[in-house]
Design a protein around this ligand. Sequence first.
Ligand SMILES: [Zn+2]
Length: 342
Amino acid sequence: MPLEFRKIINQTRFHHPLKDFALTTVPNEIRFDPLTGQAVRIMSFRSMKLERHDWTPFVEESRRKFCPFCPPKMEKVTPRFPEDIVPGGRLQVGRAVVVPNLTPYELYSAVTIMSPEHYLSMPALTAEIISDSVCAALDFLKLAEAADPGGARYGSINWNYMPYSGGSLIHPHLQILSGPAPCRYDAGLIRCGREYLLQNGRNYWSDLINTEIKNNERYLGQTGNTHWLVTFAPRALCDVTAVMPEKTTINDLTRRDIDDLAAGLRKVIEFYDEINIASFNAALYLARREDEGFWVTARIVGRYTIFPLVGSDYSHLQVMHDEPWTLHIPEELTRQLKPRFN
Ligand SMILES: [Zn+2]
């Protein structure tokens, strides 16, 4: 099957209480990811503006409490890797430090402490900090694979920024995973990428970039060799995809590639900050040499609550039905975000 941007636009009718109960039609969309077929829903709060969220009270409270990532305690309270995996026990790139995750949830589970600073606001997340942190995470994945080629086969690098994203600590950090098999979503990307290549004789992500450039509805631009798109079928708020052409494994990525990735993430984060998205998740998806048809991609999505402090942007749809939903039409988001990539 060739690449298809499939969507269903529903026109739902009811008598509207704010319009004297006039019969009203409210549009809503179901979109299907062109690679995986995953259904997502786009609700009709199109002009909803988020309130500015002030993290100051949470940051101040967290400073008064124990933080394992703040120096000089970090040296004493974070674990060290076994010498046969990471000689010296910890890894450092710039000011970013990789340590084992005290609460592992995969065979190899680590965190990059991105900076000695306890709190970095969105404007303080420089491209250099992001790039150093991702490079340190990649160095760990390479060492884990070298030490255990059968156990550390599939890695990913993940970021929960601030509490709405599920992050448990204010102190900025990345989550690094590596195990014998990829996570469920990554496994789907790898499997569907291979099937697409077999059926079409072309790489899916190459077709995606070319099609998005031609359609000019969701294409944002390039940072170096990396292409940026607003995602057709978003997994959450303001979902942006980065594609790194011809890159498949951790060993394909150079410092230059990661600098390009960080430069693009920086643009998206600036935009999130401007529209009051106070928190986000990001992931870098990786595969193996034998996974033909896969190109390295990154995703970043905003996290928020509609009702500050007590709310959640996750509902029955994500938790009980595996169907992400979001509020923004991707093509409208592209119009807002694209000028930053020009
Ligand atoms: Zn701290």
